[in-house]
Design a protein around this ligand. Sequence first.
Ligand code: HEM
Ligand SMILES: *[C@@H]1O[C@H](CO)[C@@H](O)[C@H](O)[C@H]1NC(C)=O
Ligand SMILES: *[C@@H]1O[C@H](CO)[C@@H](O)[C@H](O)[C@H]1NC(C)=O
Length: 315
Amino acid sequence: MGIAKLLGVFLVMEMTSGFRSGADGLSMGYYSMSCPMAEFIVRNSVTRALQADPTLAAGLIRMHFHDCFIEGCDASILLDSTKGNTAEKDSPANLSLRGYEVIDAAKEELEKQCPGVVSCADIVAMASTYAVFEAGGPYIDIPKGRKDGSRSKIEDTRNLPPPTLNASELIKMFGQHGFTAQEMVALSGAHTLGVARCSSFKNRLSDAVDPNLDSGFAKQLTKTCSAGDNTEQPFDATRNRFDNLYFNALQRNTGLLASDQTLFAFARTRNIVNGYAFNQAMFFLDFQQAMVKMSTLDVKEGSKGEVRQNCHKIN
Ligand code: HEM
Ligand SMILES: *[C@@H]1O[C@H](CO)[C@@H](O)[C@H](O)[C@H]1NC(C)=O
Ligand SMILES: *[C@@H]1O[C@H](CO)[C@@H](O)[C@H](O)[C@H]1NC(C)=O
């Protein structure tokens, strides 16, 4: 095939994908020539992992969020600490991130099929969207072409929101990354999956019990916490199912983190919560769009990054 023909095929693929290459260098068909199996391989790794342990869906989507909010979506979250540097993942704010082995398995297979082509940042992004879909959530098609970064510092994790923030602080923090209040609420809906440990919410149970906390639920949480700081409590009744029950829980004042319940306490975000609790399709649509946006935060393209051979260390 001549170059012109190759280019033709590529252009058609780009056009039919409905997403043109952006200024950030990302595109839907980024690997269609260089590693056509890329998405399939990542998806396979996620599917297999979730069959063995469905709770990993939560781990994978949270990993992508933490990656993107610190230094952009550049797989900085995957880098191990080295002699002179403590990495993001070793911060207390890594807060029990899980699913690293799913990324490693996909990377290993990708390096066999098309060595040096698919970035770790793209693997994390793809894995998180498949995890959402496998858990019953919307199908999210994201552009690819992120490059891996080289900076991963424990102090950068202060850019992650702590669970004690109120809605106006959350609006401000997400606003700094270009998100609207509505997008922030939609993204918080990821808490339809997974659990938090007692250490993340026990402050709500001390002397002055959080007034936004249902009293029956507070008793249940106190019981959970009596088993220790690391005891897990699901965010909603269906911890492995991506649905809108998280928003229904907020309406009943049974949101788990202070940062969850605050979304219902504030007039400005309460309407959005009510909308998503009432209409799951609307939540799915907004979540899908907000995830595409999150997946392109501050991405490194071209020479600003590399494709790591091993996701745990820079080349
Ligand atoms: C709005 C601000 C947010 C705050 C303050 C927050 C905070 C937290 C905290 C404290 C935990 C529990 C950690 C633990 O105790 O082990 C957690 C879990 C989780 N977060 Fe968030 N988060 C926020 C937004 C997000 C976003 C935007 C996503 C993804 C799009 C996300 C996905 C998750 C998931 C899936 C879990 C469960 C993890 C598991 O079960 O392993 N969170 N979050
Ligand atoms: C998270 O950080 C703690 C230290 O705060 C560390 O002990 C733990 O191994 C880290 N977890 C992961 C998965 O890297
Ligand atoms: C949210 O928290 C900030 C900082 O603690 C505080 O200044 C603000 O008054 C709080 N907002 C409301 C409405 O409680």
